[in-house]
Ligand binder design. Sequence first.
Ligand SMILES: Nc1ncnc2c1ncn2[C@@H]1O[C@H](COP(=O)(O)OP(=O)(O)OP(=O)(O)O)[C@@H](O)[C@H]1O
Length: 416
Amino acid sequence: MMKSEPQKRNALAVGNQIQIVFYRFFSGSACLSGDLRFLYLFALIVFASKTERSHFLLVSSVREAEAGELTPATTPGGPKATTPGGPKAKEEKIVVTVRLRPLNKKEQLAKEQLAWDCVDDHTIAFKPSPQERATQPTSFVFDKVFGPSSITEAVYEDGVKNVALSALMGINATIFAYGQTSSGKTYTMRGITEKAVNDIYQHILNSPERDFTIRISGLEIYNENVRDLLNSESGRNLKLLDDPEKGTVVEKLVEETASNDQHLRHLIGICEAQRQVGETALNDTSSRSHQIIRLTIESTLRENSDCVRSFVASLNLVDLAGSERASQTHADGARLREGCHINLSLMTLTTVIRKLSVGKRSGHIPYRDSKLTRILQHSLGGNARTAIICTLSPALSHFEQSRNTLYFATRAKGSN
Ligand SMILES: Nc1ncnc2c1ncn2[C@@H]1O[C@H](COP(=O)(O)OP(=O)(O)OP(=O)(O)O)[C@@H](O)[C@H]1O
């Protein structure tokens, strides 16, 4: 059996100790008589075993730290080097999870059948008709699957928390909710946003050595037109500009600085309310627009130290347009235009995410093919982290749409 590096180090140390004991015994006991020589040997063995034990403890802690089981606690003279979200923060760049909501009242009254079953924490399966069974996959595996009884807190903790909190360490992050209309995107994203805000301010409280600034902007993309959710006066079609340093920026988009968590929640509330106003004004439903709430978190160390002094990164919380429009083929007029725009941005998003999940060999990534991907470019590619929550209705009548959502999730995971 091959020995690990720390095991080899332990074996070497034990060998060294035996050599030292015998060397000391033979060189130091020549002048001693019988009983005293035995006592001397005994004392040497006790001393060696004590030093060996401390050596072993040292090796064990090095090994645990190497395996990431211990958080590096302090840097000499510097602040705590903790990783928000715990040691698991070093994870995959694209995390794909699925959330199956419970049947709603309407579906219950219609005595809808359940089409899906969460087999375990990672697998969701459907009950196909006999003719489909031979040709279609019957189960899908993801990073995490949440059943109808799962609460949003679990979706946050086990699915997206690490991605959200990486923005505190200077890594851009994006969390999407993808799914057909009424599958639970807004319900899920509201809960996730609330929990992320709580954790961000908890981290601020726990980091007195750093100064934090949190800025927020909110926008909506409807028919490839960008609207500011924090400034209703700015019109419905803000331009996108290419900034040599920042990448794509939205011209005149208002960015507010939150003075505390209550203020941040208030500003998020304004964005959500504006989206509702937009719906009424357009005689529309929210499922036809994409909403992006962007929190930009900047932090600076108060005193000089060996540690990284400043972090700046964005956390994008994205409630996508309903994916059912992408497959709408019988629409005409305004509906057709709207469907085409949603189709375009969701298709581009799918391509971009699939290429990112495949990695370096994927070639050109078409960020510029839609406004959604252009705006999010710097929070998707490079070092950024992404979490996708695919929301599903469990009802048999939504079976086709739910399956399309799972096909999207599978492509996003790079397994297809
Ligand atoms: N996991 C859940 N548990 C309980 N109720 C839920 C859950 N998910 C969604 N709902 C409820 O289902 C309804 C539709 O949810 P929601 O508005 O979030 O859907 P949506 O996907 O955002 O729809 P749209 O695309 O039309 O905006 C809401 O009444 C919501 O409260």
